[in-house]
Design a protein. Structure first.
Length: 202
């Protein structure tokens, strides 16, 4: 009996095929497990961000599902040393922006994209600026809805999701200076809106 017939009753080509596929199957299982370990804790954040983009619960759920599907397929391209949250939120935003609703939204031109016409200020968070944690959630919700989408996106990523400036720049595909400008302007606008709603005066 030759060495190639060491396992009786099992055709050689089947044995070879199973031996080749086993490592691939293990790698696939490990990859899926790693993806789930990173992605599942972020589902609430992904849904919240999707809802702010779509303004519709059903569309937000669909957007998250499509994002997870795309992210899993592209997971091999994720660099372990980088920020997974920023990576998957960027996929979510890109998925939204390629939709009909997203294309219409992205056509708006914002002054924040032209910093030479703006008065750039320090965007460092302070207790006063951290309005996202106010007790009056209803007033905060209404004020956020009135912000320009570009300002709101930057503010939510920074103050709700606690994403770093450099990662926000990656997600939004804008310079870090524009990120800082948008956050600064968003905080000022949000403060003014809340003061109007709550009857406060400076």
């Amino acid at each position: 009996m030759s060495g190639g017939e060491a396992v009786p009753g099992v055709p050689m080509h089947i044995r070879d095929s199973s031996q080749r596929e086993a490592p691939d199957n293990v790698a696939s299982v490990n990859r899926s497990a790693d993806f789930e370990r990173l992605a599942l804790p972020l589902l609430p954040s992904l849904y919240n961000h999707a809802f702010w983009l779509t303004r519709n619960h059903a569309e937000a759920e669909d957007l998250v599902q499509e994002t997870l599907s795309k992210a899993l397929r592209a997971f091999d391209s994720f660099e372990v040393s980088t920020n997974f949250k920023a990576w998957i939120i960027r996929i979510l935003r890109n998925t939204f922006l390629t939709s009909r609703t997203g294309i219409a939204t992205s056509r708006t031109v914002f002054l924040e994209d032209h910093p030479h016409v703006l008065d750039t200020t320090d965007a460092s968070p302070t207790p006063e600026d951290n309005l996202i944690r106010l007790d009056n959630q209803a007033a905060l919700q209404r004020a956020l809805e009135q912000l320009e989408p570009a300002l709101r996106d930057a503010l939510l990523l920074c103050d709700v999701e606690e994403v770093k400036y450099k990662d926000i720049a990656l997600i939004l595909d804008i310079p870090i200076g524009t990120v800082m400008s948008r956050i600064s302007r968003a905080r000022r606008a949000l403060r003014q809106l809340l003061q109007l709603q709550l009857g406060e005066s400076q």
